[in-house]
Write a protein that binds this ligand. Structure first.
Ligand SMILES: C=C(O[C@@H]1C=C(C(=O)O)C=C[C@H]1O)C(=O)O
Length: 97
């Protein structure tokens, strides 16, 4: 297989120029995804500290009023899919309810 067909097949592009642009931009997306995953893991750790403090004090793991605030922030910034994203993130941070 030539270099041309290898790069275009991998990216779906029909020209070498487009394949090069896509390959470069995908590298940036991979770097962004690594950072997003790291931030989510950091958020999970901070959320766990809060939940443990609340449970140790005799309270409940979950605080629905606060979760509504979090959902609202994501919805305001990203629209309806933002709400779905925040719900998944909350599940990662406090498990299923
Ligand atoms: C982290 C907290 O505890 C839980 C987890 C939340 C979160 O990860 O954002 C939000 C509300 C709670 O259900 C909190 O009350 O702030």
């Amino acid at each position: 297989m030539t270099t041309h067909t290898a790069t275009t097949e991998k990216t779906g592009a029909r020209t070498d120029e487009a394949a090069a642009l896509i390959g470069d931009a995908r590298g940036r997306i991979d770097a962004l995804d690594d950072r997003i995953i790291g931030l989510i893991q950091e958020r999970m750790a901070v959320s766990a500290v809060i939940q443990e403090a609340r449970i140790s004090s005799g309270g409940r793991r979950v605080n629905l009023n606060r979760e509504m605030e979090v959902l609202g922030r994501y919805r305001d910034a990203l629209g309806k899919p933002g709400t779905a994203l925040a719900m998944t993130m909350l599940e990662l941070c406090r498990g299923r309810i």
